[in-house]
Design a protein around this ligand. Structure first.
Ligand SMILES: [Zn+2]
Length: 357
């Protein structure tokens, strides 16, 4: 064979191999095996602070916990940021303007640089403490010159590595179902009609997050009246794998019509010892179809022995205020793990055999 012919055959072979690799998804599969989403459920004693870190090392913090307490919550968030190997937070989403969600923003900015804040727009609750909290937040954004992004329903947040779609904001909810959603919801039958909530809770920015084959839902403190708009008569949210229990597990949220329709395998509740963790919500979540585990940041005193989840799945036991956290690691193939920082134990969840979502 002449040299020219050999070169020609070599290039033909190389082109065929590359074509085969892209056709079979070989190149993507090779990249994705090590790609993991980390989610840190930081204990802020009955508020919210949930840190998402994508394989691209981009970060999204949902809420900043409480202010005061000598920066307790901001210190805990900063420790999680450091533990994740980050120097800054790209996006801080403020679900709504209550103190247990936005209160820690100034102390956080003192400790960790933030790329941008995301929220639903102006505060609409005429309660002096909420108005004061909102004014402080607006001032913080102005003085720190931090970018502010308005979240509207259907928006996809700019974070790289996950798809975080806004399903509720400023009292509005999505009108069109998400991909995989839209089926009639049998659990609406006989469901009570909840009272209309006029507080900031009902204006919470809720996000539906997709990473690989895994879907997560975080609705902030969204109330039952808005939940019904999302899941009845048709379930616009579809099914999810992981439900971040709304409103710290308080009984103004997590209607059975929604929780049962979500079909989550795992629920994680950011309750405090004396805040959230209502017995009825603990029962609803634990008894939901397909539910494998409920994890709690705290033992709920109100829940008592009859309603709390297993001790092994609780980060802070009765009487503890140690700030233990829960850490979720999601692999893009659909398997995931939850670590309890109190025990050092991890529970593994195998990937669902087939994606029914
Ligand atoms: Zn709250």
């Amino acid at each position: 064979m002449k040299l020219g012919q050999m070169r020609w055959r070599f290039w033909l072979g190389a082109i065929a191999l590359l074509g085969w690799m892209s056709m079979t998804g070989w190149a993507e599969a090779g990249n994705s095996t090590n790609e993991k989403l980390k989610v840190y459920f930081i204990d802020v004693e009955g508020g919210q602070a949930t840190l998402f870190v994508t394989p691209a090392s981009q970060s999204l913090l949902i809420d900043t916990g409480w202010g005061g307490n000598e920066g307790r919550d901001a210190d805990r968030i900063a420790a999680a940021v450091k533990g994740a190997g980050l120097m800054r937070i790209d996006y801080v989403l403020i679900t709504h303007f209550h103190e247990d969600h936005v209160g820690g923003a100034a102390q956080l900015l003192d400790r960790v640089p933030v790329g941008a804040f995301i929220d639903h727009g102006v505060n609409r609750e005429e309660e002096p403490s909420v108005e004061r909290g909102y004014a402080a937040y607006e001032k913080l954004i102005a003085t720190s010159r931090t970018k502010r992004i308005l979240a509207k329903t259907n928006d996809v947040l700019p974070i790289v590595g996950i798809k975080a779609q806004v399903v509720s904001a400023d009292g509005k909810v999505i009108q069109k179902p998400l991909e995989g959603g839209g089926a009639a919801n049998p659990y609406c039958k006989g469901a009570e009609t909840p009272e209309v909530d006029t507080t900031e809770n009902a204006r919470s920015v809720g996000v539906h997050i997709t990473f690989g084959k895994v879907k997560l839902l975080d609705l902030g403190d969204l109330t039952k009246d808005k939940e019904m708009e999302l899941v009845c008569p048709a379930n616009k949210l579809g099914k999810v794998d992981i439900y971040i229990v709304s409103h710290h597990g308080w009984n103004h949220s997590s209607s059975a019509a929604m929780v049962d329709a979500l079909g989550a395998r795992v629920a994680i509740m950011n309750n405090g010892a004396k805040k959230g963790g209502s017995p009825s919500v603990l029962d609803t979540v634990l008894n939901a179809p397909g539910m494998e585990s409920l994890w709690q940041l705290h033992y709920s005193e109100e829940g008592g022995e009859d309603h709390n989840t297993d001790d092994a799945l609780i980060a802070n036991l009765n009487g503890q205020e140690n700030g233990n956290f829960l850490e979720l690691t999601v692999a893009s193939n659909g398997s995931f793990d939850v670590l309890n920082s109190r025990t050092g134990e991890t529970k593994h969840y195998v990937a669902a055999r087939e994606s029914i979502h």
